[in-house]
Design a protein. Structure first.
Length: 370
């Protein structure tokens, strides 16, 4: 019997820039020509059917005009497309067009696009570089930044995926002006979450300037984008692979993802997260982590924005309770929640963890009362 030790210690620099601005396509092309392309000339522009005409198609054409071999790959819009079969369809389409390891993926769209295209990039040819060109507030606040990529399964959302960082992220605020108002409202849920867990200044800004943000005022949108990036950066820098601290970015998501799935995606992601934020705040209040006034303040901000704070009547509460057990934070069959500590901070518990085990009956009481 013999052994051979394989030493594979690595020092990896995954640094990238988040560019926040207006009309960033020329900046994207300039960056590619300045070396961001890494010498790659074949670009796969992945987008969904909602973004194809206003963004994906024009960006693909601009890249072609700049001398790149760029082709557009489109999938049906919506959370129901964020599944393995659609990823496989896109991969097969790219392979059929001659794409191999000598390519780069450019994801143009919202959170579903960045999640799906990022996961594809991380596995295609065992990993090709990718860029996120975020066209929604939700993607700019959350999905496009931090490197978490995933697809959904019938059991729950985001169970299959990997951490794979982009080469750069573009947050083009001009694209927000073309979104339906409900999608601006939907995207603000993750921004509220960031204020709740780490940025009181951001939370107060949202309270004061909701109307300006909903009107896509460039100054207001730039402000919240910068603060969203700062919150995520501080967390991801310390815990890229969600060993502990990064779990705080799941604030409101234990209930939120479960509601999203049980609703069969009738609720948008941000709408479901908003309800989840209220649920964790109410449960946290029973444990002394928040005051009644703070819970009401969180709920009032979500209502002011236009987000729901109660569970729709069509949601089966028993099914919802069962669905909680599909959350990634479940350990040894026990539910675990991330909790706010007042507003602008999160609870850290005695063992250094940020997610606390809770009894099913405790969250059951909250859910049946919402």
């Amino acid at each position: 019997m013999s052994e051979f030790r394989v030493e594979l210690k690595k020092v990896v620099d995954s640094t990238y820039t988040v560019e926040i601005g207006q009309g960033l396509v020329p900046t994207l092309i300039r960056d590619l020509k300045d070396g961001l392309d890494g010498g790659v000339k074949k670009l796969a522009v992945i987008t969904d059917s909602n973004c194809e005409e206003p963004y994906g198609g024009p960006i693909c054409q601009s890249l072609s005009d700049a001398g790149y071999q760029a082709e557009l790959f489109v999938f049906p819009a919506g959370e129901k497309s964020k599944v393995r079969s659609v990823k496989e369809m896109l991969e097969d389409a790219m392979l059929a067009q001659g794409y191999r390891r000598d390519c780069m993926v450019i994801a143009v769209g919202g959170g579903v696009v960045s999640d799906l295209a990022g996961f594809l990039a991380g596995t295609f040819g065992r990993g090709v570089p990718f860029i996120n060109y975020a066209t929604t507030l939700l993607a700019a606040a959350d999905a496009a930044i931090g490197g978490k990529t995933a697809v959904d399964t019938p059991l729950a959302t985001n169970l299959i995926g990997l951490i794979y960082q982009p080469k750069k992220v573009y947050v083009d605020i001009d694209t927000w002006k073309t979104l339906p108002k409900e999608h601006i409202i939907n995207g603000l849920a993750e921004t509220v979450k960031h204020g709740c867990l780490a940025d009181m200044e951001l939370f107060e800004y949202l309270e004061k300037y909701t109307d300006r943000i909903l009107a896509c005022d460039p100054e207001a949108c730039t402000y919240i984008s910068e603060h969203n990036c700062a919150v995520k950066y501080k967390v991801v820098m310390q815990d890229e692979h969600e060993a502990n601290l990064r779990e705080i970015l799941n604030l409101g998501h234990t209930v939120g993802r479960a509601i999203e799935t049980v609703s069969d995606y009738r609720l948008l992601h941000g709408e479901a997260v908003a309800i989840g934020l209220v649920a964790q705040a109410r449960l946290g209040c029973t444990r002394g982590y928040m005051t009644t006034e703070e819970v009401e303040r969180v709920s009032a901000l979500l209502t002011q924005i236009g987000l729901p704070t109660t569970i729709p009547d069509y949601i089966d509460r028993e099914e919802l309770v069962k669905k909680l057990y599909t959350d990634k934070k479940v350990r040894d069959g026990k539910l675990r929640f991330v909790f706010q500590k007042h507003i602008g901070s999160v609870m850290q518990f005695d063992d250094g963890r940020y997610a606390e085990p809770i009894a099913e009956e405790d969250i059951r009481k909250i859910l049946f009362d919402m």
